[in-house]
Design a protein. Structure first.
Length: 214
């Protein structure tokens, strides 16, 4: 317990850093994932191509490599941002590809006849998607989206290697102070467990309330 009690402020700072990364990156991922899912089922060919390329590239690129690409690449175009924002954008964009595919799989479960009926009533593609298709699709994809955001929380540990304050990075300071590396990582693991279980509980509540009855 000494590792935790004597360094509670350090653990707390890292824990809050991971929570912030997870929350902000999740918002980015959900917005972009929804947008890319819309692109992938859009009637406009160029949108479908863009959505397909976005998902294919990001899903097949290692996250660490993506961090390097964003951190070293964007400044070459004159875009210099705080490390925290770089990490949020990288994690959010990477996770959006998986959110997109989860949403698209849910969209495919909605009978085509419902979309055709909405269009026959004069509704636009956006109206059909937003008011008819997506509300039904979301009910069936709550569990996979929850699992994806849990993975995002764990992936945020990579940001510590890029000068971003997060939970895993606390081990460097504690190791330099001579604390047991085993107990240092035990309390780090407990912190991640709290975060992931909280996300799991939140989506469990959503699933019970809005999910498809099995």
């Amino acid at each position: 317990m000494d590792v935790l009690t004597e360094n509670f402020a350090l653990y707390g700072k890292g824990f809050l850093g991971t929570v912030e990364l997870t929350v902000y990156a999740s918002l980015v991922a959900l917005v972009l994932g929804f947008l890319m899912a819309s692109f992938r089922v859009a009637p406009v060919g160029s949108f479908r191509v863009f959505g397909t390329v976005w998902v294919t590239v990001l899903r097949n690129t290692p996250l660490t490599l993506l961090f390097f690409a964003v951190l070293l690449g964007l400044p070459r175009f004159g875009l210099v941002l705080p490390f925290q924002l770089f990490a949020v954008l990288t994690l959010g964009c990477y996770t959006s590809a998986f959110i997109c595919e989860a949403l698209r799989s849910g969209i495919n479960t909605v009978p085509k006849g419902q979309g055709e009926a909405a269009r026959s009533l004069g509704m636009s593609f956006g109206q059909t998607l937003g008011t008819v298709v997506l509300p039904q699709a979301f009910r069936s994809v709550i569990p996979p989206i929850g699992s994806t955001l849990i993975a995002l929380a764990k992936n945020s540990a990579i940001a510590g290697a890029f000068s971003v304050t997060e939970l895993l990075g606390t081990y460097k300071t504690l190791n330099e102070l001579g604390y047991s590396i085993i107990w240092t990582f035990v309390w780090i693991a407990v912190g991640y467990l709290i975060i992931t279980l909280s996300i799991s509980a939140f989506f469990h509540v959503l699933e019970k309330r809005y999910g498809v009855a099995r």
